[in-house]
Design a protein around this ligand. Structure first.
Ligand SMILES: [Zn+2]
Length: 140
């Protein structure tokens, strides 16, 4: 095999590496993104597939945000439900378990949206519309 590197001004369209199931960039479902690249480029990855490999900075959030209300770092004293006492965001190990946990007034996050009457009406309307369309087609 001979590898030649040519500097080319031509461009071509390449399908993202995420379209190849054996590639480490494969996102789980084939990625259909076409990328315009220089003619000598063998493979390319779109930004979505590349970004998927970068772990989201969730770990920090998950560890610290559970059971903490917004702005707890700024509270004079915040007692976590596990008994840890924080004063202005700094843990006070010597006060552990000496206070009642601070009640969090915030509403629960990530609540599932309830289906409203409007949604139901709209759903029914679209279903009727679909039925009408299909029956009209079969008549013709
Ligand atoms: Zn892709």
């Amino acid at each position: 095999m001979v590898f030649k590197m040519k500097v080319s001004s031509k461009s071509k369209l390449l399908t993202c590496e995420g379209n190849n199931p054996t590639s480490k960039y494969y996102p789980g479902a084939p990625c259909q993104v076409r990328l315009e690249v220089s003619d000598n480029v063998v493979s390319a990855v779109c930004w979505r597939c590349l970004a998927r490999l970068v772990p989201a900075p969730e770990e920090k959030k998950n560890q610290s945000s559970i059971g903490f209300p917004r702005g707890w770092q700024f509270m004079n004293q915040f007692v976590h439900s596990d008994g840890k006492v924080y004063q202005k965001g700094v843990e006070q190990p010597e006060l552990f378990g000496k206070f009642e946990p601070t009640k969090i007034k915030e509403s629960e996050p990530k609540r599932r949206k309830k289906e409203t009457l409007d949604d139901k009406i709209q759903k029914q309307y679209y279903q009727k519309l679909k039925k009408k369309k299909t029956t009209n087609k079969s008549k013709k």
